[in-house]
Structures are given as C-alpha cells and as structure tokens.
Design a protein around this ligand. Structure first.
Ligand code: UD1
Length: 410
C-alpha cells in the first residue's frame, strides 16, 4: 500500500469474528439446523467450519448466512492440525461436554501474544463435574452430567466465561459465574443461548446466573457487528484524515475507544445507521491502557499505536491483558516510528510521516495495524504473511480502497 488520504465514503461493518466463532461452537448444543446471519467470510470462520465438519456437522454458507446442521451423533474431537491454526477452537470444549459428555481437544500452544494458558477453562469445567486427563498433547474431558456450581474466575477471561456459559446451560441446577467477562461478544452468546431456550441472567455484568435446562433448540440469529473492524477503519481515518460513515457500527459496544479517539481530536457522531467520523487536523497523542471490557480492548491497541505513530506529541501505552503483545512494534520502527517498548509499556512519540518499508504481519490485528501504518507512510509498504489479516477481515484492502486508500492484496 501507499501513503493515502484523505479518506471519504461509507464502510459497512461486518459480523463480529469473536462472536461468530463462539455462536458456531454453541450450535453444537442443539440437534438440528441453526442459521447464523451476518457471519463474516474470513479464514477463522472457515477453520471453525472445518472443525465442526470434522465432528460430523453439515455447514452451508449462502452469502453472509451460515446454516449449521448438527446431527444427533457428534464425533467430539478437535485435532491439533486445526487447534494449532486457531486457538479459539478451544471453545468447543464446553458445548461438547454439556451435550455428549465427552471431548478430546488438542491443547493449544503459545502464540504471538505470548503464553496463553487455559487453566481457568479447565478448572471452571471441573467445578461443574468434568474430569480431564492429558495425553499426547490432547485434553481428554469427560462428564456424565454436568452439575451447576459457583465458579469464581481469577481474571474475567473471555474464553473461559464462554466455555462455562456454554457448558452450564445444559448442566443440572444453577451455575453462578463470578468475575465473568462482560465483552459484548459474551452478551451476544448469552442472547443466542437464551433464544435456544437457555436460562441466563446477568449477561453483560460480572455475575452470570445460569439455570440448566434439559434441551436446547436450534434458532435463527444475527451476529453483532465487529467492533474491532470498526476500530481498524477509525485508525485508518486517524492517520489519513477525511470522513467516514461506518454503517452498522455499534457505538454502545465501543464507548472507551470512541472517547479515546475524541480525546485525540476525532469528531464523532452517532446516527440512525451507525457512526460518522471526521478528522480535520493531525490528531494529538494520548495515553492508552488496555483492560477487560468496558475498558479499552487489547484488540484495539495495535490500531491506537498505529494512530499514535503520526500524532502530535507522545503517548504511553500499557498492555494489561497479554504480556507479549508488542511484537509488531519492531515492524513499525522499521517504518520510522519512534517507539520505545519495555515489558508491558511502550512510549510512542509521533513523527510527521512514516516511511514505507517491507514489514511482516505477526497476527490478525497487528497485520491490519501495519496496513494502517502503511497509509501514513511515504512510498510503498509491503506486508508479508498477510494471510494473518485474512483470518479476521473480509477484503480489508478492497474496503479501504473503496474510500480512497491505496491498498492492494497480491
Ligand atoms: C479473546 C479474544 C481476543 C481478545 C481477548 C481479550 C477471541 C477468539 N479472542 O481471547 O481477541 O484479545 O479475548 O479481550 O474471542 N488466561 C489465563 N488462563 C485462562 C484463560 C486466560 O491465564 O484459562 C489469561 C490470558 O493469558 C490473558 C488473559 O487471561 O492474559 C485474558 O485472556 P482471555 O480473556 O481468556 O482471552 P481469549 O478468550 O483467549
């Protein structure tokens, strides 16, 4: 891509990756055909499709709609070849134990965020009565019938909350999840499960109360819009200037992010169909500190860092969720960004322009943030390992080009 700007036009926000993946896994809880609408056509969804198909589920995509036909008999195995490609595969554990009482799921390894344990998933499920053994890199889970219990999470883990929620809807009796994650994707999952017949109270709060039922039914459900995709376009606007209308963006899902961009000088206005955003001057630097929802999401951070690289002044960035999530900074420095990182902190001092260079994408969001940085750089930026970006974005290059950015996918 090349230095670009100003941007002008409208972009439609697609379905949330981190919700769609979990809703697909949750479909395992009911025999029959569940239809999900607004499912993005991205690699991670294709991997989840492969994973469910390997278990005997039939899946058909028609545009943004995905029909998931779950048979009575499921082969409850998530092989390493798929779990290795997508860590989020671990969320099949809860539904499999709840529905058929057995699961063999490959243990995920570390990734570019650093080490990512799943101890809270396993401990929580054990409290519901599941037992686990580890063999040859797999976790073997068993449960005759899960029994409701009170589970305290040491940290409001998104994945652990989701696995516990999906397991407890079919458990016997009442489950309480204390210190539950509150992300909008959790609320979406809770709403989906409620429509299937689950009894859940407290979605969006840190205390979830789930009364187990014997059976769930398949449903038709629309996935919420992707707040991280919206953040990506806002950061592109931050570095290029201009104006964008983000159709379908849910302002109530990204309050902190919008406040941060406003603090930096972006002009934002909610309207009937989404969000209008405008940048007239170079933005001013601000400090960024990631926290569980409703705090600033760690997934937004690469985009805020990209915006800071060319803002006026310096911003201190603190990562509180994933200790290792700073690898893309070396790539930004290759492009002339002034960043000093140490441990969980980075200080980003804005420069006028970045300088296009060959760089490498290490993960989905870091890759997309390099695309944004490329729009703020003189000359050409070539991003290798761009397949990481395809894991979470449906035609990022095409969408950004449609509003005036110079980006091509080769
Ligand atoms: C999800 C999102 C990811 C986002 C993250 C935090 C998906 C597919 N991914 O990841 O994009 O960045 O939420 O908002 O939805 N932890 C443990 N033990 C556990 C579980 C987690 O120590 O059993 C730690 C993690 O290492 C991390 C922190 O808890 O430091 C948060 O992780 P978690 O909220 O579980 O993130 P994910 O669900 O993996």
């Amino acid at each position: 891509m090349r230095g670009s700007g100003p941007l002008d036009g409208q972009l439609r926000i697609g379905g949330a990756k981190n919700s769609a993946l979990k809703l697909m896994a949750a479909s395992l809880l009911a025999e029959g055909t569940t239809s999900l609408v607004n499912v993005p056509d991205i690699t991670d969804v294709a991997i989840m499709t492969e994973l469910l198909e390997a278990m005997g589920v039939e899946i058909r995509r028609t545009g943004q709609r995905v029909d998931i036909n779950v048979p009575n008999e499921i082969d409850p195995i998530a092989p390493y070849s798929l779990v290795e490609r997508m860590r989020a595969s671990i969320v099949v554990l809860g539904p499999l134990l709840a529905r058929i009482g057995r699961a063999r799921v490959a243990m995920p390894g570390g990734d570019d965020f650093g080490s990512r344990p799943i101890d809270m998933h396993l401990q929580g499920l054990e409290q519901l009565g599941a037992t686990f053994s580890h063999e040859h890199g797999d976790i073997n889970g068993r449960a005759d019938r899960l029994i409701g219990s009170e589970v305290f999470l040491e940290f409001p883990s998104v994945g652990a909350t989701e696995n516990l929620l999906m397991a407890s809807v079919l458990a016997e009796g009442v489950t309480i999840i204390e210190n539950a994650a509150r992300e909008p994707e959790i609320t979406d999952l809770a709403n989906f499960l409620s429509e299937m017949g689950g009894r859940i109270e407290g979605a969006g709060t840190s205390r979830l109360r789930i009364e187990g039922v014997d059976k769930l039914s398949p449903v038709n459900y629309t996935v919420i819009p992707d707040r991280v995709e919206a953040a990506t376009y806002l950061s592109a606007l931050a570095v290029c200037g201009g104006q964008l209308h983000l159709e379908g963006a849910r302002v109530d899902h990204m309050e902190m992010l919008l406040r941060k961009f406003e603090e930096m000088g972006m002009i934002l206005k909610e309207d009937d169909s989404g969000l209008q955003a405008k940048v007239v001057d170079r933005l001013t630097a601000a400090d960024v500190s990631t926290l569980p929802y409703p705090g600033l999401a760690t997934d937004y951070k690469p985009f805020l860092v990209a915006a800071l690289t060319v803002s006026d002044g310096a911003g201190m960035v603190t990562e509180n969720i994933f200790a290792g999530r700073f690898r893309y900074i070396d790539e930004l420095v290759r492009m002339g960004a002034e960043i000093r990182a140490e441990g969980r902190h980075a200080v980003v001092r804005g420069v006028r322009r970045l300088s296009g260079a060959p760089v490498r994408a290490h993960d989905i969001r870091a890759g997309a943030a390099l695309v944004v940085a490329g729009l703020a750089a003189d000359g050409e930026t070539a991003i290798s390992h761009a397949h990481h970006v395809d894991r979470g974005y449906e035609d990022l290059a095409g969408k950004l080009s449609s509003v005036g950015a110079q980006v091509t996918r080769t």
